[in-house]
Design a protein around this ligand. Structure first.
Ligand code: ADP
Ligand code: MG
Length: 683
């Protein structure tokens, strides 16, 4: 049925509805209310309370104009219990003329506190002389688009609901009866009718909170659609072939003997999961989650070891040059230098040609930034791709990576690492196309980082700490946080702090690193800091991810109020990486806003990345937490991670069941809710 078959919808309106995603009559059913108005009963004026939205009726007592700054029309109504004032800033004289004392008016609006009596500002109202009928259901208010008014949408949807009730249009029920029954959920048809036209006695609180069963029914189906789409992507990938990369016990032992420490149980567990995956001839698609400092690099190195002995190349990509360089150095201590190359955007000219040549000729280990996945980088036998700090890469970079080797007979195995410890249900949904491993344990001996929140003007106190820290043989970071401005301004701000700190601490060896430095300069400074030739490193947030200098045990963050929670957590994770007690000082510019205050409090209270992520989720929402606001992120129309946690869990189990027991309906569910399944994949 065409939209224009509905009464009140002409060609023009139909075109505007398309902008709301409504192309067919059935789409109107899925255009769900934002909220509801209760026009099913009249409330006595004496029973009204402030803030309530109510329908009232009564007789006009008097009508008059007030000439204050803005002239206003006032009409007082009495229903025998009390009097209320209806007030209008914009009015016509004809309006006033009709409000004759003794006549009857019904009005609807929010009850406000007034000087002499309660009042409603700009109510909807109508005159009547015979009793008016009441609505028999709550009135749904819909999201609008420009040029279509609320009543046009309401009337159109009312017609569709009638057609649905009469069976003249149908919504196909995809969820099997037994499943609906066991979850005590209504059918789709029942749910839609209820949501658009809730009965007068409906639980409005539940409806407004999206907690009503009928809404949960729809939310469940939406989540299911996403999960099924992601699982489909996973299945498709699993149907591809990859090189088998088994590793012998001897080679594992040999590698471990190079390490100055024993792996934690959590690392061992994850390493085994990876070994099991890559020994098979289908591409691994595994996400390793581990809080900052949990030791993900060595896990990646073991996977590389497996590829190495099977004569396959490994490519490891990091989001910043500093981090990529660090990985290069770390891995150079575990593998022969001749087997590793480094590639970033900063490597140019002859040097670059040489590196590209080596990659083409099959050098075993390639470490770099996203420059690794540009067109002219040609691998010889790429067996393993590792993406470190995956959340820092944009969608395009991730896609470029997925496409690398797309036309090869064998796909590389894929290992994705992230320190963003997103809550489990969120991870399972957002990354349903991946297998997930969690390093849920820190190496032994780590101590809580104690965090201090202090105002910018207490420099004296901070100076004492820095001095004491460095005189004890430890090192410190000073982080400048000018964000969103140009790299140049950031560099300048860091430079100012650098000069100032040199005056404060004439005896300390101080270095400065920021994004404007040449690659070799950055590297040089980082190496000096690592080798303890510097005591204090002044840096922009270029050191935010991955940087590992265990002897650094103090971090001062300037204007910490400017940063988000997960960024603060990442930064703070640069200290507390050794066995000494570490400290973090968060400096702020007073006065602090509410959200900033909340964030700094959380940072002071906990070191637990998962807990911090939960708070971050509440403050910022899931899209941002996953670092992917762009198209391609998991965006739900109805579902909400925090509110619908239990439905997400239900959906998880249900999706697995449906794939096995009802494969034929999976695609239908996906098609109903998801326009293009390209939209859901994360990697
Ligand atoms: P992540 O990348 O997870 O933040 P890294 O891989 O950089 O962490 O490791 C952090 C530090 O912990 C490094 O200095 C590393 O050498 C060390 N480390 C890793 N695993 C262990 C372990 N099992 N025992 C002791 N130290 C470890
Ligand atoms: Mg790391």
């Amino acid at each position: 049925m065409q939209l224009t078959n509905l009464k009140g919808i002409g060609k023009k309106t139909a075109e505007k509805l398309i902008l709301l995603g409504i192309e067919q009559v059935i789409d109107l059913l899925f255009h769900l209310p934002l909220r509801y108005q209760d026009k099913t009963k009249i409330t006595d004026i004496a029973d009204l309370s402030f803030g309530q939205t109510a329908l009232i009726e009564g007789q006009v007592v008097k009508t008059y104009l007030i000439n204050s700054r803005r002239p206003m029309l006032v009409c007082e109504i009495n229903d025998g219990t009390d009097t209320i004032a209806l007030k209008f800033f914009n009015y016509f004289y004809s309006q006033k003329a009709k409000m004759i004392p003794g006549s009857y008016i019904r009005a609807f609006g929010e009850i406000r506190y007034g000087k002499n009596m309660m009042e409603i500002l700009h109510p909807e109202y109508q005159h009547f002389d015979k009793p008016l009928p009441l609505q028999d259901s709550l009135t749904a208010i819909y999201p609008k688009s420009e040029g279509i008014n609320q009543s046009t949408i309401q009337k159109a949807i009312n017609q569709v609901i009638e057609l649905l009730k009469k069976g003249e249009i149908k919504v196909e029920e995809f969820l099997p009866k037994d499943i609906l029954q066991s979850l005590q959920l209504p059918t789709l048809k029942e749910a839609l009718i209820y949501i658009h036209k809730p009965p007068a006695d409906a639980d409005t609180n539940a409806l407004l909170a999206s907690k009503h069963q009928t809404q949960q029914r729809l939310i469940l189906e939406e989540i299911l659609a996403h999960l099924l789409a992601m699982k489909k992507i996973k299945q498709q990938a699993q149907a591809l072939y990859a090189p088998e990369l088994p590793i012998s016990k001897t080679h594992i032992a040999q590698f471990k003997s190079l390490l100055p420490f024993a792996l934690t149980n959590a690392q061992d567990k994850v390493v085994n999961e990876i070994f099991n995956d890559i020994a098979l001839n289908h591409p691994m698609q595994r996400l390793v989650q581990g809080d900052v400092g949990s030791g993900k690099t060595v896990v990646a190195a073991l996977a590389i070891q497996a590829a190495f002995y099977q004569n396959h190349q490994s490519a490891m990509m990091a989001p910043t040059e500093i981090l990529a360089e660090q990985h290069y150095k770390t891995l150079s201590t575990w593998f022969d230098e001749n087997d590793i190359v480094f590639l970033s955007g900063a490597i140019k000219g002859k040097e670059r040609i040489k590196v590209l040549e080596k990659i083409k000729n099959g050098v075993k280990i390639v470490i770099g930034t996203h420059a690794l996945f540009q067109k002219d980088v040609i691998f010889n036998a790429l067996g393993l791709v590792i993406i470190d700090e995956q959340h820092r890469f944009g969608v395009h970079q991730r896609l470029a990576l997925r496409n690398k080797g797309q036309f090869e007979a064998l796909q590389p195995h894929m290992l994705i690492m992230t320190a963003t410890p997103i809550p489990r249900t969120l991870a399972q949904t957002a990354y349903a196309n991946l297998d997930i491993s969690i390093i849920d344990e820190l190496p032994p001996g780590r101590q809580e980082i104690s965090t201090l929140v202090i105002s910018n003007d207490k420099m004296q106190q901070i100076a004492v700490r820095i001095k004491a820290n460095c005189e004890n043989g430890a090192q410190a970071y000073w982080v400048c946080t000018l964000i969103e401005e140009s790299e140049m301004l950031r560099a300048k701000a860091a430079n100012d702090s650098f000069e100032e700190l040199k005056e404060w601490f004439p005896d300390l060896r101080i270095g400065l690193v920021h994004g404007r430095l040449k690659s070799s300069e950055k590297q040089d400074i980082m190496n000096q800091f690592k080798a303890h030739k510097l005591d204090l490193l002044v840096a922009t947030t270029v050191i935010e991810v991955g940087v590992d200098v265990p002897n650094a045990s103090l971090m001062v963050i300037e204007n910490a109020e400017r940063l988000g929670l997960s960024q603060l957590h990442q930064l703070r994770g640069r200290v507390g990486r050794g066995n000494t007690k570490s400290h973090c000082v968060l400096m702020y510019q007073a006065p602090l806003g509410d959200v900033a205050k909340q964030r700094l409090d959380i940072m002071r209270q906990t070191n637990d990345g998962f807990l911090i992520a939960r708070h971050d989720l509440k403050i910022r929402g899931a899209g941002e937490l996953l670092g992917s606001k762009q198209k391609g992120a998991v965006q739900f129309r109805l579902a909400d991670y925090e509110r619908d946690k239990s439905i997400f869990q239900q959906a998880q189990q249900l999706a697995s069941e449906l794939i096995i027991d009802y494969p034929e309906i999976c695609q239908k569910i996906i098609d109903r809710w998801i326009v293009s399944s390209d939209e859901v994949s994360n990697v």
